[in-house]
Design a protein around this ligand. Structure first.
Ligand SMILES: CC(C)(COP(=O)(O)OP(=O)(O)OC[C@H]1O[C@@H](n2cnc3c(N)ncnc32)[C@H](O)[C@@H]1OP(=O)(O)O)[C@@H](O)C(=O)NCCC(=O)NCCS
Length: 155
């Protein structure tokens, strides 16, 4: 399977938010309650917010042919803010390609480390990449508490 990385375009917004909803529903539902998942996917409805992320941040997509199979974004130079892989394309190295590019960009931006808040689901992926788990935190999103990890990696 040939995967191509490119910058996201505002025209991708509906495909990206659909991928996000489906990945959270199918994959993150292993570690979060039904109610938490419902809250989480509701953030896909704020299309202007996603368009702003695409335009303002370092936002990249992974494509297989014409299908977007994953995406990732970097904010504030070295904050690895999002990483989602299509639920039907898990375990094929797509997140690895995206994370390699995001970390490279953080380095290009002049930083010697990258940091993130990651889901319980993604913990193993980030540990495998050499990230340090700094803390387990409880984050409130739209009135609901979510547990996740604060992680970082030094280059
Ligand atoms: C976490 C996630 C991004 C990984 O994507 P992926 O494309 O399947 O990851 P890769 O195929 O590049 O995996 C790289 C390595 O991490 C391992 N890995 C990935 N997810 C894992 C998991 N949940 N548990 C254990 N190992 C995992 C893979 O087995 C692989 O190991 P290997 O190199 O020894 O073969 C994906 O599962 C996902 O979209 N999760 C839901 C969204 C999410 O939680 N995002 C995190 C930010 S909030």
């Amino acid at each position: 399977m040939k995967i191509v990385l490119r910058k996201a375009d505002p025209d991708d917004v509906f495909e990206l938010t659909t991928l996000f909803r489906e990945t959270v529903s199918h994959i993150n539902s292993r570690d979060y309650s039904e109610e938490q998942i419902k809250h989480w996917i509701s953030s896909a409805d704020d299309i202007p917010k996603w368009e702003k992320r695409i335009k303002s941040w370092y936002f990249i997509v992974a494509e297989s042919g014409k299908t977007i199979v994953g995406f990732a974004y970097l904010n504030d130079g070295n904050y690895f803010d999002g990483l989602f892989v299509h639920h039907k394309y898990q375990g094929k190295g797509i997140a690895t390609l995206l994370a390699d590019r995001i970390e490279k960009q953080a380095e290009t931006n002049g930083f010697d480390s990258v940091h993130s808040d990651v889901s319980l689901t993604a913990r193993k992926f980030f540990e495998k990449r050499g990230y340090t788990i700094e803390a387990l935190q409880q984050k409130t999103f739209r009135g609901m508490i979510f547990e996740n990890y604060i992680v970082s990696k030094k280059f």
